[in-house]
Write a protein that binds this ligand. Structure first.
Ligand SMILES: Cc1cc2nc3c(=O)[nH]c(=O)nc-3n(C[C@H](O)[C@H](O)[C@H](O)COP(=O)(O)O)c2cc1C
Length: 322
């Protein structure tokens, strides 16, 4: 059986470089995604795009935009900064994106997408992927989705599709958050895509939370992407590496120690502690001591001046275990 793909979803204001550093300590195998970054912010240098230092070579830069030239320029920057894939966001349902003809509303403008794919392909040798929805508003039939895939994969420039298996509702009274729980998921559409386009890779996303569910989807498609389930319970990455990819299990204590070394280095660069440790809240998810851990982390946030973070983490780790 071909090796399956497991990804951690791009999450705006969450999957930043600190979060990815933390997740990488927990998994060798997961493909990690940056949060979405607009082409404008990359090109105007409003967003400081750090070089990808991930030795596992499994990080994708997600960009959002609708100007083919700018998308290609960003792809070139991604390549130069050593990202391993460029991902185009054609799934965001936020009212701001929709108003500006960005995100999921671009599903109707496949010409722009194919132009962008051509330009990206010529500007950067790294693989291109698209993250999208099953459709939006009344464009919600399987045939609409199938046509979208047909047109955007036509010249084989994009061969990887991540499908959040849910229709988007574009309406200014319907929030982005609601669009992540309503309407119901249509996993069958994604399974059918794999049958209709066996030469393409399909990664299924939306509402997946357990190893059992991951295994079930692996029988039908090439990969699984998880977002919220991993953010709230990051240690699941360790279990996925162990149970699915047969890696060695890691201990929480080990991960916390490595994070303290990372934090100490980052503090030297004037990074705020808060911006890093917020991602570690869920490390004891569903375990005894979880509440205590969160409270103690939160207290560090408040103090914000810890001289020896390694010693401090050790102390709170043991106090949560007992
Ligand atoms: C806080 C948050 C921020 C998100 N930001 C992005 C984003 O930047 N780009 C994107 O393609 N999807 C984004 N998403 C959607 C996720 O990538 C994913 O498609 C969605 O949460 C469904 O997967 P899940 O049920 O496993 O969380 C975001 C989701 C959440 C919860």
């Amino acid at each position: 059986m071909k090796k399956k793909i497991f990804c951690v979803a791009p999450m705006f204001k969450y999957t930043d470089r600190h979060c990815r550093y933390f997740h990488r300590l927990l998994t060798k195998n997961a493909f990690l995604y940056t949060e979405m970054i607009s082409t404008q912010n990359i090109l105007n240098k409003k967003f400081k795009l750090f070089k990808n230092k991930d030795k596992k070579k499994k990080v994708s830069l997600q960009i959002i935009g609708n100007n083919p030239e700018n998308l290609a320029k960003c792809a070139h920057i991604a390549y130069k900064k050593k990202y391993n894939e460029i991902n185009i966001n054609i799934g965001c349902p936020s009212p701001y994106m929709t108003k500006n003809n960005l995100g999921v509303s671009l599903m109707k403008h496949t010409k722009i997408i194919t132009q962008a794919l051509n330009k990206i392909y010529n500007s950067s040798p790294i693989p291109i992927s698209i993250k999208t929805r099953t459709g939006f508003n009344n464009n919600n039939t399987y045939n609409f989705l199938k046509d979208f895939i047909h047109e955007t994969s036509h010249n084989k420039l994009c061969k990887i599709f991540i499908i959040h298996a849910r229709n988007a509702i574009l309406n200014k009274n319907f929030s982005t958050k609601k669009n992540r729980t309503i309407p119901s998921l249509k996993y069958k559409y994604v399974y059918k895509l794999k049958k209709d386009f066996p030469h393409l890779k399909f990664i299924i996303n939306g509402g997946i939370n357990t190893i059992l569910e991951i295994k079930k989807h692996f029988k039908k498609v090439d990969g699984v992407m998880m977002g919220r389930g991993i953010y709230k319970n990051p240690f699941l990455l360790n279990k996925i590496d162990f149970k699915i990819f047969h890696e060695k299990k890691k201990k929480r204590k080990e991960i916390i120690k490595k994070m303290s070394i990372y934090i100490e280095k980052e503090i030297q660069k004037k990074t705020s502690i808060k911006s890093i440790i917020r991602h570690m809240n869920g490390i004891f998810y569903n375990k005894k001591g979880s509440k205590k851990w969160k409270n103690k982390l939160n207290n560090i946030n408040k103090k914000n001046k810890i001289i020896n973070i390694k010693k401090h983490f050790k102390k709170i780790y043991f106090s949560c275990k007992n």
